[in-house]
Design a protein around this ligand. Structure first.
Ligand SMILES: [Zn+2]
Length: 245
């Protein structure tokens, strides 16, 4: 009788251990994460050129009342077999922009075919004049605002819904009405270059908007939209991060 009692205890213990191993496995391995991108894509490479920063950062304990740092945005390069796109050229100084581009990609400014500007704020097209040979594209609302300012030698063209058939131009309003990001597939990952629709990873993690957002509710809807279609987000003023959990 006593043997049976210990046998039951022993078998119960084995069952509990097996169950906890099973749940540990399903929670801790990456095979439960379903990636949203396609494996085959015309995008052959992408790089962040400059990692942006904000003029003030509440996550560094800074007040949002005044500017504390000179600001630059995050600049991204997307390469196809025959074309190269730069998103949000950050550096006004031509030598600096060319230096960063060469340092990170081995490319020269004249190798760029398209400049895409995520929205109308000046820090996101500060370096656009360094790419005079490229086509300049933006969301139609943003393009109209930038063109009205008349600061440049040529016009920013209104973008359609695709660039080179493989990059989606996705409206991402909230920060401004004319904000659009670029989404593309790369090795099974869906990458979203967000501009200021996502300021930094900290803002994303807290589901909070940067204080300059014109429409907070719309910004939060844009967060949801981005989360539903992306594995990697490239924010407007930070390094890229994985958001596919
Ligand atoms: Zn902005």
């Amino acid at each position: 009788m006593r043997h049976y009692f210990f046998l039951v205890i022993y078998l119960s213990f084995i069952l509990i251990m097996l169950n906890s191993c099973k749940s540990l496995n399903s929670k801790n391995t990456f095979d439960v994460i379903k990636l949203k991108g396609k494996k085959n894509s015309d995008v052959i490479h992408w790089d962040v050129i400059t990692i942006g920063n904000l003029s003030r950062n509440r996550y560094w304990g800074e007040s949002e009342e005044r500017s504390l740092h000179s600001v630059i945005c995050t600049t991204t390069i997307i390469r196809l077999k025959d074309y190269t796109i730069i998103v949000d050229p950050s550096l006004k100084d031509s030598t600096e922009m060319a230096k960063e581009l060469m340092r990170r990609t081995g490319l020269a400014p004249d190798d760029i075919d398209v400049v895409f500007v995520t929205h109308e704020h000046g820090d996101h097209h500060a370096g656009i004049l360094n790419f005079p040979k490229a086509r300049w594209l933006a969301n139609p609302i943003a393009a109209e605002i930038i063109n009205k300012e008349n600061n440049y030698i040529k016009k920013v063209e209104p973008a359609g819904t695709k660039i080179f058939d493989c990059i989606d131009v996705v409206t991402a309003p909230g920060h401004t009405p004319g904000t659009s990001g670029l989404r593309f597939d790369f090795k099974g990952l869906s990458i979203f270059v967000a501009g200021d629709a996502v300021a930094t990873k900290d803002f994303w993690d807290e589901n909070r908007m940067y204080f300059k957002a014109l429409d907070t509710e719309e910004s939060l809807r844009t967060y949801e939209k981005i989360a539903g279609m992306s594995d990697i987000v490239v924010p407007g003023h930070d390094n890229y991060f994985f958001c596919g959990f």
